[in-house]
Design a protein around this ligand. Structure first.
Ligand SMILES: NC(=O)c1ccc[n+]([C@@H]2O[C@H](COP(=O)([O-])OP(=O)(O)OC[C@H]3O[C@@H](n4cnc5c(N)ncnc54)[C@H](O)[C@@H]3O)[C@@H](O)[C@H]2O)c1
Length: 179
């Protein structure tokens, strides 16, 4: 199975290493580039019994990979969100990081995927995360529709049916990065 874990802290790194040890391919994503550089070099930022062994073995055998760029990750079956949820002023969990990851996921997801909230979040957060992802997907759809409104080229002297094909091709090239 292909798994992506977003947020490689105490929770994310341990979970990712265990998933890889079970034989899954695991992509670890963290916005902290220094942490990613260290992990790629086999430097483990936290201590947990057995963690070094799991990380180094799976890194070496290619099941555990690290990146700071979610949009470079190949499609996964499951995405785990494991970013921080520090307490807000009123004591409730601050969901800024979780919802930012949801927005990023909405920009990169291209098909069915399971998204798991591994961060500690209040009841109802799954709905907010799903809606945030959907809003980004819908926004992508609007961009596609806008891009489809291509005006005919007045200098194009080809027959109308060929012009249409030509426009379709332009459209495909133009929209390629949204798919
Ligand atoms: N540490 C624990 O023992 C523990 C136990 C149970 C639950 N939790 C919960 O799990 C969650 C994570 O806790 P933790 O201790 O692992 O936190 P952490 O601070 O150790 O790790 C969070 C990681 O998320 C990264 N991050 C933040 N925004 C990001 C983004 N947009 N994209 C990618 N990475 C991003 C940070 O750089 C950091 O490395 C929290 O909700 C916490 O409450 C933690």
């Amino acid at each position: 199975m292909s798994i992506t874990v977003i947020g490689i802290g105490y929770v994310g790194l341990v979970a990712a290493a265990c998933f890889a040890e079970m034989g899954n391919t695991v992509m670890c994503v963290d916005s902290n580039e220094k942490k990613i550089t260290d992990l790629k070099a086999g430097r483990i930022p936290i201590h947990e019994p057995g963690l070094d062994e799991f990380v180094l073995r799976n890194l070496h055998e290619g099941r555990l990979k690290f990146t700071a760029l979610l949009h470079e990750v190949a499609p996964s079956d499951i995405y785990f969100i494991a970013v921080g949820t520090p307490p807000s002023d009123d004591g409730s969990a601050d969901l800024v990081q979780v919802l930012e990851v949801a927005r990023q996921l909405g920009r990169v997801l291209r098909g069915y995927a399971i998204v798991v909230n591994k961060s500690t979040v209040p009841v109802g957060t799954a709905d907010r995360v799903r809606q945030t992802i959907q809003d980004e997907i819908d926004a992508r759809g609007s961009q596609r529709r806008d891009a489809r409104r291509v005006e005919p080229d007045p200098h194009d002297e080809r027959p109308a049916d060929q012009r249409e094909n030509g426009r379709d091709e332009t459209r495909r090239q133009h929209l390629g990065h949204y798919r």
